[in-house]
Design a binder for this molecule. Structure first.
Ligand code: GDP
Length: 288
């Protein structure tokens, strides 16, 4: 159905990834962490913040083309308050990616001044790129290196070796094969990652997932249901099964006897959400 990660996360595997990140951190001056702008909380690795400790952190809210722009702006302000640097990007089209190098230089301006004072003005800045599978790491590196140098994997999570990429003059990016595990031990986070297609589909109940997404949309983005699925009124109470039934009916997805084919309706709804066809939606709001 959609892209699904091919990695299974075992405790041993997670411990190995953690050690690898700790080692790689010694090689870099700052960390660029990609998150999905539609689910900025659930798409963060639960351990990363503690691993990074004192290194400057640049948070890239990726897939911002599919997120609510006002919410993305609130997230950027919230990260800045935490002492991180943040930027909205769309690594598919490249929108916003031009802001990355200047933001890194800003985040590291004290270090750069120190290097200059020591006569090391030419030293390249080293940045580690991290994020959960499917968040857009390869796409970012591809854009920053102007294409061709980093292949974008359609099936995320494929193991890669450490690779360095030169970005313009004076900056090197470390692409870590140790992709980070998502926050899947929290069922709500797991569900939200599943909405975006970042976790395996084959272990999930598609109809249940679609019903949960519809309940969220009905509460937070009712206009989306009116516009995309021509709902005149929302069924009350806002209950997933009734919402899914209505979506299927509006799309004429009926089986013999006039019943709604809810599996087909659910699959279509999730596909449309994942492709951004429902409009720009943020499921996790800053400060809430
Ligand atoms: P990685 O596993 O973190 O390296 O993720 P990829 O770079 O392979 O991206 C995973 C999928 O998300 C691909 O199908 C990309 O085309 C898509 N993608 C990446 N960034 C964006 C973005 O900003 N917007 C949209 N709409 N899709 C994106």
């Amino acid at each position: 159905m959609s892209e699904a990660q091919s990695i299974q996360w075992y405790p041993g595997h997670m411990a190995k990834t953690k050690r690898k990140i700790e080692q790689d951190l010694k090689l870099v001056d700052a960390v660029a962490e990609l998150v999905d702008a539609r689910v900025p909380v659930s798409s963060r690795n639960p351990l990363l913040a503690t691993l990074i400790e004192n290194k400057p952190r640049i948070i890239l809210l990726n897939k911002s083309d599919m997120a609510d722009a006002a919410e993305t702006a609130r997230w950027i302000a919230a990260y800045k308050q935490e002492g991180a640097w943040a930027l909205a990007v769309d690594c598919k089209s490249g929108k916003g990616v031009n802001g990355f190098v200047p933001l890194v230089r800003e985040a590291l301006k004290d270090r750069i001044a120190q290097w200059e004072a020591k006569g090391m003005a030419g030293r390249a800045i080293r940045i580690m790129v991290v994020g959960i599978p499917n968040v857009g790491k390869s796409s970012l590196i591809n854009k920053l290196t102007r294409g061709g140098k980093a292949e974008v994997e359609d099936r995320p999570g494929v193991t890669r070796q450490n690779r360095w990429f030169r970005v313009g003059k004076g900056m090197d990016l470390l692409d870590t094969p140790g992709v980070l595990w998502p926050k899947f031990e929290d069922p709500i986070a797991g569900e939200r990652l599943a909405f975006t297609g970042a976790v395996r589909d084959d272990i999930l109940d598609v109809e249940w997932l679609a019903m949960r997404l519809l309940e969220l949309l009905a509460a937070e983005y009712p206009q989306v249901l009116r516009q995309r699925y021509k709902f005149e009124e929302l069924p009350q109470p806002l209950e997933g099964a009734a919402l899914l039934e209505l979506v299927g009916r509006k799309r004429g997805m009926l089986v013999s006897g006039g019943e709604v084919d809810t599996l087909r309706a659910a699959t279509m709804l999730l596909d449309e959400f994942r492709a951004g066809k429902l409009g720009r939606i943020t499921l996790e709001k800053a400060g809430r």
